[in-house]
Write a protein that binds this ligand. Structure first.
Ligand code: G1P
Length: 290
């Protein structure tokens, strides 16, 4: 039976150490690309696929995320009185969306963060979005993954070929390509290049089924001493198929300074108000570079 997917989980309790000092007191999920925080890009990607229930796993110093998706009475009044209706619509456009927040008491890893959502997901399939993996505007990755899930009724994970010397930054899958998707037979979290079964890295888009929770409950800490989702998926793939979807289009690791800068440049060049001026600046700038 086809089950529609309604829920998306956003783990957002990480410490954001790659972006210190910016992330000392502010969540990395709130870093803006042009004028929107990272997490909102992920939320809007889900909304465009019909998802309207969001569970955000937060931690210490993450209050700004809740405030961002809440109403802002004083600001709204000000914008209304100033006749700034476009901005008012912009800040209110997600007001019909349901957000729930769960506080992860300690940053024990991605697997543990997902487990925190168990009481709210129960027996439904769900999406997991890692906000620092940003997809290019108009990406169809999530939509494509939902289609694969609906056909296969089994978990689907986004993957991308990554440089061989960067495999230790990712979960790496081993799989066989059949009919446009990888049938996964193994997954390893952050392997050394010599131990990596391939260079297919897991990207922060997952469609998971609730049977992952029972495995996560028993999952021992793995890479980095954290409870890893990848390790739980390795147990799950022995019981049921898991599929890997090779993403089309560009993905930015916006949790990394260089990746963040690349995303900012590309998104600014696609922004109607900024593109012309920014392009002019870049062309002039490039002339001065060696
Ligand atoms: C997490 C996952 C990893 C995945 C990566 C994608 O790692 O554990 O398997 O490849 O996200 O961004 P993190 O980047 O949180 O260390």
């Amino acid at each position: 039976m086809n089950k529609t997917i309604n829920k998306a989980i956003f783990p957002a309790a990480g410490l954001g150490t790659r972006f210190l000092p910016a992330t000392k007191a502010s969540p990395k999920e709130m870093l803006p690309i042009v004028d929107k925080p990272l997490i909102q890009y992920g939320v809007e990607e889900c909304i465009s696929c019909g998802i309207d229930e969001f569970i955000i796993i937060t931690g210490k110093n993450k209050r700004a995320i809740e405030d961002h998706f809440d109403s802002a009475f004083e600001l709204e009044e000000n914008l209304r009185n100033a006749g700034k209706h476009k901005l008012l619509d912009e800040i209110n456009k997600l007001e019909h969306i349901k957000f729930a927040y769960i506080r992860q008491r300690a940053a024990l890893g991605l697997g543990h963060a997902i487990l925190c959502a168990k009481p709210f997901v129960r027996d439904e399939p769900f999406i997991v979005i890692l906000s620092d993996d940003v997809l290019e505007p108009g990406s169809t990755v999530l939509r494509d993954m939902i289609k694969i899930y609906e056909e296969k009724q089994s978990p689907v994970i986004a993957v991308e070929e990554v440089p061989k010397d960067e495999v230790q930054r990712y979960g790496i899958i081993d799989g066989v390509m059949k009919g446009g998707v990888y049938e996964i037979n193994n997954l390893v979290e952050k392997p050394k290049p010599v131990d990596a079964p391939s260079n297919l890295g897991i990207i922060g888009r997952y469609i998971l089924t609730p049977d992952i929770f029972d495995i996560l409950e028993k999952q021992k800490p793995g890479a980095g001493g954290e409870i890893q989702l990848t390790d739980a998926l390795r147990t799950l793939v022995k019981k049921r198929p898991i599929y890997g979807y090779a993403i089309n289009g560009r993905r930015y690791d916006a949790g990394d300074k260089l990746g963040y800068l690349k995303a900012t440049v590309d998104f600014a060049l696609k922004n109607k108000e900024l593109a012309a001026g920014f392009k002019k600046f870049l062309i002039e700038k490039i002339k001065t570079l060696k």
